[in-house]
Design a protein around this ligand. Structure first.
Ligand code: FE2
Ligand code: FE2
Length: 198
């Protein structure tokens, strides 16, 4: 499927605001991909499609999961927002003809992140937070760090989500904690490396 066709199809399935968000995540992902020397085409498609299943209904979600034998953990079952990224990776393949595993994984992990993310996964995770329409407190610092030290940007994004979840008294998925722990570990390792070479 051509990129223009993907864009056209996506526009038909998402609300106007979600489509705007998707395009802005794509634009940010393109800039980050260029900066970190990641495949531009993969970043473009993953950015555009990351929320392609965001407006799917509950019945549809479970139908697809059943078809592909997706096993959810207890927290995922109780936290519907975590499901759109998993579903999105199946939608991208089924409805947009995406076969590339790196793109599908970047969509799959964009909500929580994971320990051991690829650079493309990091880029989509971060772009989702810092796209130009976002205006949460600290977004400017997150944007700055995205192009300076992406791990620091990941920590800011995780902190924001974790704080929000705590405030709301909702369930916190361990993946996001693992994402944050790994980013901090990498920041510390870099510091140590620098100190040793000085
Ligand atoms: Fe999303
Ligand atoms: Fe998003």
């Amino acid at each position: 499927m051509t990129f223009d066709k993907m864009r056209e199809n996506l526009k038909l399935t998402l609300s106007r605001e979600r489509f705007r968000h998707s395009e802005e995540v794509m634009n940010e992902a393109l800039r980050l991909a260029e900066f970190y020397k990641v495949n531009i085409e993969k970043a473009r498609i993953a950015g555009l499609l990351h929320d392609c299943a965001r407006d799917a209904g509950k019945d549809e979600i479970y139908k697809v999961f059943e078809k592909y034998n997706v096993v959810l953990d207890d927290i995922q079952k109780k936290t519907p927002v975590l499901l759109h990224s998993i579903l999105g990776s199946f939608y991208a393949r089924e409805y947009y003809g995406v076969e590339d595993k790196e793109i599908l994984d970047a969509i799959y992990w964009h909500t929580t992140g994971r320990a051991g993310m690829t650079m493309l996964e990091k880029i989509i995770f971060v772009a989702d937070y810092i796209e130009s329409g976002r205006n949460f407190e600290g977004v400017e610092e997150a944007r700055k760090q995205a192009y300076k030290d992406i791990e620091r940007c990941i920590v800011i994004c995780c902190d924001l989500t974790i704080r929000y979840i705590l405030q709301k008294g909702k369930l916190l998925h361990p993946y996001i904690i693992e994402t944050r722990n790994e980013a901090i570990t990498q920041i510390e390792a870099k510091k140590l490396n620098l100190a040793q070479t000085e």
